[in-house]
Design a protein around this ligand. Structure first.
Ligand SMILES: Nc1ncnc2c1ncn2[C@@H]1O[C@H](COP(=O)(O)OP(=O)(O)OP(=O)(O)O)[C@@H](O)[C@H]1O
Length: 370
């Protein structure tokens, strides 16, 4: 559907390319997220696909047609790609129906009745029934964004590009629209590329997510695989917001501030110092006057509590636990976990993850100060 081969975009004067040797294949009907921190190149990559930027190296194909390379650049209006922006970009002097019809009118061959029919179709798809005579200022933010989406879908593009489409909305609306966005795009059967810096949004809306860092795609995978098998420490940290515990090599095990961890594979090719990943939901806390960590902050998350902890060495940990367990700020706690859930990451961010020993012989580390 969309294919990027070794795409590079370098802005004059920049130390690193904004987009650096990116390879991506998008399948028909697939929703792909571009996720990463500010400045990692997400928007530039989207603009390359849209045709607002031209690559210095690499090639971009849309449905087997080459649309961009260092010597070729099909103009945006001839790519048949729909765009949805963060700020909706609706025409304030046009009604909802006129806004949606706008893109269709640019296309040749639409008869008046067919055009009206198509406007009604996409309005229904985007749950905008009854709003056709309203002006943008008479709509809520969520409704405006659905109009922008309907307008982009109206000409039936093969691909829709969405640049942070939910980031101007308040939290409640954003959460609801996430699901609606996915439903609308899936019903339309359109492929889409969605730029976001919000990992929850990317994981909940998209079929696959490309995690970007410094212009490169660090990992591209399904939300579940990104969460379960992050390829690098950066992906693990950005996507799962996990804890990382420094560990030093012993002969067949790893020494940490908390105790000794045994791995299924000793990791002979690993450096002597690594970071062990523990997800927030994997830590178990128990009130213990001899415990290694102190509760520094507590956040009520509705279904669970989120505790910020600090250990004696100053290491900060975050744990999410059931509501039934209430600890107070200042409480000293023992921290334990199942060694099976530990993943090992190189500190230099090079890919390699070793899962801790799954055998019952591996002693459960009790993370208490000794
Ligand atoms: N027109 C430009 N001229 C020069 N440098 C640019 C230009 N556009 C982007 N950059 C640089 O390219 C890099 C990637 O920018 P880009 O906007 O693609 O990042 P992003 O991941 O979308 O960030 P954000 O989430 O903050 O929008 C940044 O270092 C940025 O400063």
């Amino acid at each position: 559907m969309l294919s990027l081969h070794g795409v590079v975009k370098d802005f004059p004067g920049a130390i690193l390319p904004a987009v650096d040797n990116v390879h991506i294949n998008l399948y028909p009907g697939e929703l792909l997220g571009l996720l990463g921190p500010s400045g990692c190149g997400k928007t530039t990559l989207l603009r390359l696909i849209a045709g607002f930027e031209q690559p210095q190296a690499g090639r971009i194909f849309l449905a087997d047609r080459e649309i961009a390379c260092p010597n070729c650049n099909l103009p945006p209006e001839r790519r048949g790609v729909g765009m949805v922006f963060q700020d909706y970009a609706l025409f304030p002097h046009l009604t909802v129906a006129q806004n949606i019809a706008f893109g269709l009118k640019q296309q040749k061959g639409w008869r008046r009745s067919g055009l009206q029919q198509r406007v009604l179709e996409v309005m229904t798809l985007a749950s905008l029934e009854g709003l056709h005579k309203r002006y943008p200022h008479e709509l809520s933010g969520g409704q405006q964004q659905r109009v922008a989406l309907a307008r982009a879908l109206a000409p039936n593009p093969s691909l829709i590009l969405l640049d942070e489409p939910l980031s101007n909305l308040d939290v409640q609306v954003r959460l609801r629209l996430r699901q609606e966005l996915r439903t609308i795009l899936k019903k339309a059967g359109t492929s889409a590329v969605l730029v976001t810096h919000d990992q929850e949004e990317a994981l909940s809306v998209c079929d696959r997510v490309a995690v970007m860092r410094q212009g490169r795609v660090e990992q591209i995978a399904t939300p579940q695989d990104l969460y379960d098998q992050p390829a690098t420490r950066f992906v693990a940290e950005f996507v799962t917001q996990a804890n990382f515990i420094p560990a030093q090599r012993l002969l067949q095990s790893w020494k940490t501030e908390f105790g000794t961890i045994y791995l299924a594979e000793p990791g002979v090719d690993l450096e002597d110092g690594v970071d062990l990943m523990l997800r927030q939901e994997d830590l178990r806390l128990e009130l213990d006057p001899q415990g290694i960590a102190v509760v520094r902050d507590r956040q009520f998350l509705g279904r669970e509590q989120r505790y910020s902890l600090v250990t004696e060495s100053g290491l900060e940990l975050v744990a999410r636990v059931a509501l039934s367990q209430t600890l107070e700020v200042g409480d000293r706690v023992a921290v334990t976990f199942d060694p099976q859930v530990v993943k090992v990451f190189r500190r230099n961010n090079q890919p390699l993850a070793v899962v801790a020993d799954r055998s019952p012989r591996s002693p459960l580390p009790v993370l208490a100060a000794s």
